[in-house]
Write a protein that binds this ligand. Structure first.
Ligand code: MN
Length: 738
């Protein structure tokens, strides 16, 4: 095909889906690109213009993007590779097109070395963040696709490098953007260079069985087609053999040969309505035997990238299993073209109902929010990653910081020692102030000195990341301990005075342990230090202590009363001598006041763990049963019930508690796929010893999980509860009692 014919094909393709495109301007873009690249050759020896033309063709054919995108695709290499400038393109075409072209060039300039997963993830996010206009990334992907299609002319080293980059960066981005077709092609092309032998094996094998496979597919297709036609369901059905990379991965992961791969074939049925999807599913399950556990309803629960479909695997008549995917036309477009489909809807926005369809896509994307923290499709809304900024270290590593981050945040993200020794910072080679706001793509260098004085107090206000702030706080906490204690003590005493509480009440041997527990510090000095460096406030300390002091006073009164009653009762019954008080020894970590060596058991109703406030109940013959103070079974009503008074007894945790105690948690969630998986992950990342998990679903689509675990203390328990609470769909995490 001549260049002219190639160009005419482009116009024809665009006209096919967008008759109102601006063909004068597309022509002008082509002419300008051709003139600018004049004399340049590709590695294949062809004139360079072949490449931008082919990229524009992909943008039109595969992605069906708007006029501006076609123009930008034609021009995508002029700023990078020819004397043409941003200003010139802006003047000749439009500032938007100039920005698109420059965006693509910027992405071209980034060098990727193979890095760890986290770095990869950051790179992917950064690419998207840097291309403020999502069309930049779409054109860049088309550019990469064409380069991969013509990779044979490059040196073997370059082939490997580009293929790795494609596999690690561009294929995942295409997947995130929901563009399955392009993702597959990128993967297959990369595989061809990364493992030529493996790739060849699969392709040759598939080719040799082509006839057999084709026969099977047309037979099956006809069966489905016939039944659906009989039932009057309007539909399109077709089959395909899975693409080489997906087969390769299955062979590799499952260590199987090509013949052992379970589902080599996939059929797709496309219908008009969601209702029909489920009808077709019924029909398919009627014709073929469904394979248990392989049905997935991505219509009810779409994938995070917006994908919707019903999947099922069935056994064909000749014992060949195959997958069937059922979806509506709209779902199909989203599945094939992803975000590009969203663009298509937008550009046709004038037509009746199209805005509604676009809305639907947008909602679909929005609904995925929080479905997967890693997944960022939802950020495509208006401003992508408006809450994050990506910058480089001088070595080219990517750091991910909150938007508005400063060199202080960057320094502490590298290491607290870097932050604490920072004396200056450079951004893109220039010295900047500490409160300089970092931008995407900045290269940041921190200047340090052994003689640095350490962070200033104002750094806490400048830093945007909680990580930096907490590290700065740590520094003040450690380095200025004496000063902090003195300041904290002064503030605390002033606040006590303000509330009219005498210091002696606080430091009395009887009260102090309880008070410290209330504020969760091991000693007064530690609390003072915390107040001094700002990790805690004097107001909070005093208000918590005040409550505890009141409780202690009340308790003491009640105790005196109970003792008096008990003494009365004893004299009445001539009870044996009371055991010697004050001797304390713990039994399973529990100190029972006034009783040594007594049998202790933990109540099943509220499963207390160290750190919980507890009370004891003297059972008839089974020793002392320990309840949480907030257990309904230990409520004041129960304690004061007739005949119960003398049986409640003060217990506390000793210093020699067991390694762990069994306890129970209840998690109430909105039911969804993968929930149990996420809960298990939370349990495993918190190193929780699990005794059992029971779950039940309610009629209104809620699930209640009962987790039986072993916990060291209430602090570990709180950590686990917080972690569980972060799981998407979890509404409530409670400790059952009563
Ligand atoms: Mn290019």
């Amino acid at each position: 095909m001549t260049i002219q014919e190639q160009y005419e094909l482009l116009e024809k393709t665009v006209r096919g889906y967008n008759p109102s495109a601006d063909f004068t301007r597309i022509r002008a873009a082509f002419d300008f690109a051709q003139k600018s690249h004049e004399g340049q050759k590709r590695k294949s020896g062809e004139p360079y213009i072949i490449h931008p033309l082919a990229v524009a063709q992909i943008v039109a054919e595969e992605l069906k993007l708007d006029s501006e995108s076609i123009e930008a695709a034609l021009l995508h290499d002029v700023i990078e590779d020819t004397p043409a400038t941003h200003a010139e393109v802006a003047k000749l075409f439009s500032p938007t097109i100039a920005d698109l072209v420059e965006g693509v060039s910027k992405l071209t300039r980034i060098q990727y070395a193979t890095k760890e997963d986290e770095q990869m993830e950051n790179l992917r996010k950064m690419l998207i963040a840097m291309s403020k206009d999502i069309r930049v990334i779409l054109i860049k992907i088309a550019d990469r696709l064409h380069n991969m299609r013509t990779m044979e002319y490059q040196s073997p080293a370059k082939q490997k490098q580009k293929s790795l980059e494609t596999m690690e960066i561009y294929a995942p981005i295409s997947h995130r953007l929901g563009m399955q077709r392009i993702k597959w092609e990128l993967e297959d092309l990369s595989l061809k260079y990364l493992d030529p032998v493996g790739y060849e094996e699969i392709v040759t094998n598939l080719d040799s069985k082509r006839q057999e496979y084709d026969a099977f597919m047309s037979r099956t297709q006809a069966q489905i087609d016939q039944r659906l036609t009989q039932l009057g369901i309007s539909h399109v059905v077709y089959g395909r053999v899975k693409h080489p990379y997906s087969i390769y991965r299955k062979m590799f992961n499952q260590n199987k040969s090509l013949n052992e791969i379970f589902d080599l074939f996939a059929f797709r049925v496309i219908v008009d309505t969601v209702g029909d999807c489920y009808n077709v599913l019924g029909v398919v399950h009627d014709i073929y035997k469904p394979i248990l556990g392989r049905f997935k309803d991505y219509i009810g629960t779409p994938k995070p990238n917006g994908y919707q479909s019903l999947h099922t695997t069935v056994m064909g008549g000749d014992g060949i299993p195959f997958e069937v995917q059922i979806r509506t036309r709209e779902m199909h477009e989203i599945a094939e073209y992803g975000v590009a489909a969203h663009w298509k809807y937008k550009q046709n926005g004038q037509g009746a109902g199209t805005e509604g369809r676009y809305e639907w896509v947008r909602r679909l994307l929005e609904n995925q929010e929080g479905a997967d923290a890693e997944d960022f499709i939802h950020s495509l809304k208006v401003d992508m990653f408006s809450d994050e900024v990506f910058v480089f270290t001088p070595n080219g590593d990517v750091q991910n910081l909150p938007a508005g981050a400063t060199p202080i945040d960057f320094a502490y993200a590298i290491h607290s020692a870097v932050g604490n020794r920072m004396v200056g910072a450079k951004v893109n080679g220039r010295i900047v102030t500490f409160d300089h706001t970092l931008k995407n793509g900045d290269i940041v260098e921190i200047l340090t000195s052994k003689n640095a004085k350490g962070p200033g107090r104002d750094w806490m206000k400048i830093a945007k990341s909680s990580e930096a702030r907490s590290k700065i706080r740590q520094w003040f906490k450690k380095e200025k301990k004496e000063e902090n204690i003195a300041n904290g003590r002064a503030a605390f005493e002033a606040e006590l005075k303000h509330c009219g509480i005498p210091m002696r009440d606080v430091i009395s041997a009887e009260n102090l342990p309880g008070l410290l527990k209330k504020v969760s510090y091991a000693s007064l000095d530690e609390m003072y230090a915390a107040i001094g460096y700002g990790g805690f406030t004097a107001q909070k300390a005093v208000s918590r202590m005040q409550g505890e002091l009141q409780r202690i006073a009340k308790h003491q009164q009640a105790e005196r009363q109970a003792a008096a009653e008990a003494a009365e009762a004893r004299t009445a019954e001539e009870a044996p001598k009371a055991p010697a008080p004050k001797r304390v020894r713990s039994e399973q970590g529990i100190i029972v006041e006034g009783l040594d060596n007594c049998l202790v058991k933990f109540s099943k109703c509220c499963t207390p763990v160290p750190g919980d406030e507890i009370v004891g109940f003297i059972t008839r013959g089974y020793g002392v049963s320990v309840h949480r103070a907030d257990c309904p079974n230990a409520s004041p009503e129960k304690q004061n019930a007739p005949g119960q008074q003398g049986r409640w007894i003060k217990v506390s945790w000793g210093s020699d508690t067991n390694d762990s105690y069994p306890t129970t948690l209840e998690v109430v969630c909105k039911d969804r796929q993968g929930l149990l998986l996420d809960i298990s992950a939370a349990l495993s990342t918190t190193n929780t010893f699990v005794l059992g998990i029971h779950s039940r679903s309610t009629a209104d689509e809620f699930a209640i999980f009962r987790l039986e675990v072993r916990m060291r203390d209430s602090q570990q328990l709180t950590t686990l509860m917080n972690r569980l609470h972060q799981i998407s769909g979890v509404l409530k995490v409670t400790r059952p009692a009563g």
